[in-house]
Design a protein around this ligand. Structure first.
Ligand code: 4NP
Length: 169
């Protein structure tokens, strides 16, 4: 069994935190998609789902309007309010999913004793399609970039949930 996997029960729900830089585009989209898929599967009581950012620029903000409109067009609601990733999150969550390698390095940098590194993964480790291992930052680009991010995250979340489902007791 991989080190981030454990038996998942209603009494001890599995805790995931999606992390990007601003916590207004990529990680809120991943969070909203994962919540949507968990609800569709009727598994709400087995998961606790959150997102955060390594940067502090947008704390307190709702998801970016282009992220929201893209997600809404696919029937997905983005409930996040931006917050910063904290050391305590390393302890609290079972799986911390970094959107790109910069986010990944910044998270690991907080874990000086390397106590939690096994639960920090790149989101696209779960992308079933081959290619780039980063979720590209759509912030400065057009709508097509937001749609691409949605598609990457949608298929990666499907795969991740299928893996985790196997561990529900
Ligand atoms: P995110 O996108 O990390 O996917 O939320 C960004 C949002 C804001 C900034 C950068 C990336 N920014 O520089 O303000």
């Amino acid at each position: 069994m991989s080190d981030y996997l454990r038996p998942i029960t209603k009494e001890n729900p599995y805790k995931l935190c999606f992390v990007c830089l601003g916590n207004i585009c990529r990680s809120p989209t991943a969070e909203g998609i994962f919540i949507h898929k968990v609800k569709e599967a009727g598994l709400e009581l087995y998961f606790y789902i959150d997102s955060s950012g390594t940067g502090a620029y947008h704390i307190g903000e709702r998801a970016n309007s282009k992220s929201q409109s893209t997600a809404n067009a696919h029937g997905v609601h983005l409930p996040s309010i931006a917050r910063r990733f904290e050391y305590q999150d390393l302890e609290e969550f079972d799986l911390i999913l970094a959107m790109d390698s910069s986010n990944y390095r910044n998270i690991l940098h907080m874990d000086k004793a390397e106590k939690y590194s096994s639960k920090v993964k790149l989101m696209r480790e779960f992308d079933p399609e081959p290619g780039d291992k980063e979720v590209p930052d759509p912030y400065y680009g057009g709508l097509q970039g937001f749609e691409n991010v949605f598609q990457v995250l949608d298929r990666s979340c499907t795969n991740l949930l299928n893996i985790l489902k196997e561990h529900i007791k």
